[in-house]
Structures are given as C-alpha cells and as structure tokens.
Design a protein around this ligand. Structure first.
Ligand SMILES: [Fe+2]
Ligand SMILES: [Fe+2]
Length: 178
C-alpha cells in the first residue's frame, strides 16, 4: 500500500496516540513496505547506470560495492521485526500486564533486539554521503540524479522509521515511557 506525504504528516502527529498494535501495523504498512520497494528500485538504477555510463563517477562503483550487503541486512532487519519482535510485543503488551511483568518474559534475543536496536547506522551514513556526492557530481546525468534522489528519499524515510521505533515504541515496551 502506498501512502502520500500528507497522509504521513498527519499520521506522525497522531502516532503517539496509537496503541502498540497500531504503531506496529503503521510501521509495516508504510516504512517497511517503502524501504523494501525503494531498495529494489535503487538496485535496478545501479544496474542501469552501470550499463548506460561510459565514464561513471567513482561513487557509483563504491555504492555498487556496498549495496548488496546493505540491502540484504536491511531486509533481514525488517523480517526479524515483523516475524519475531513485533509479534512478541503484540502478545506481551496486550492486556494489563505491567512493564515489570513483561520484562520477565524477555528472551536474550528479544532483549537484544529492543536495547541494541539499530539500522546499521554506519552504512546509512556512508550511503548518505555517497548520495550527496552523486547529486553534486552526477546531477546532470539523469540516471545518477534519479539514483541520488531515491537514496535521499530512503534516508529521510529511515530517519522517521527509526525515530518511531527507538523513541516511541521500544521505550514503551522497556518501560521508559508508558
Ligand atoms: Fe522497522
Ligand atoms: Fe528497526
């Protein structure tokens, strides 16, 4: 399902009022779906740029070199949230159990996912810098301009995504903010 920017702006204002189940369903329907789709588009643009350009800028090779791993690690992260972490949050936070009771049911894996949650920050920063350089150096080449644009969209979306998980949803579960 696709949502427009204005739908998202409205949703961001109301998200703190959502239940945990609503927050998780919002994350999956918008951010997870968007991330999967745009990473696919970026992979296709990388292929296209390699085929079309005789003199590609060095950023293209650098990006191609890290992209397969970046994409597969991100897919794994999304999958683990959807199949392991979110169902656990859904089960444990239904009803009237206190955070102290909930914390007794943490397995080490769940606890690690909640407290060490990160989206491969170093790689995100690396990709962000490459996108900036690409838009400066390749801005006049359509395929590179589009690639830089898609990378920036991914970056913006990820910041929002991480903020909802790390500053709203997980602190609720961990008891820092109920
Ligand atoms: Fe997520
Ligand atoms: Fe996440």
């Amino acid at each position: 399902m696709n949502t427009t920017q204005s739908d998202r702006d409205m949703a961001l204002e109301t998200i703190p009022e959502f239940s945990n189940l609503q927050v998780m369903s919002y994350l999956i329907m918008t951010h997870h779906e968007f991330t999967r789709n745009i990473m696919e588009e970026i992979a296709e643009l990388l292929d296209q740029a390699r085929r079309e350009l005789d003199n590609p800028p060095p950023e293209l090779a650098e990006l191609t070199g890290i992209w397969t791993r970046y994409q597969s690690e991100m897919l794994k992260h999304l999958y683990e949230e959807e199949k392991i972490l979110f169902p656990w949050i859904g089960e444990t936070t239904q009803g009237s159990r206190s955070t102290a009771e909930i914390s007794k049911t943490y397995s080490p894996a769940i606890h690690a996912m909640l407290t060490e949650h990160e989206h491969h920050e170093d790689e995100i920063v690396h990709v962000r810098k490459l996108a900036d350089r690409l838009s400066i150096e390749g801005g006049y080449v359509p395929v590179l301009a589009l690639l830089a644009y898609k990378l920036k969209q991914l970056d913006t979306d990820l910041r929002e995504h991480m903020e909802i998980e790390s500053k709203l949803l997980f602190p609720r579960v961990l008891g820092d903010k109920v």
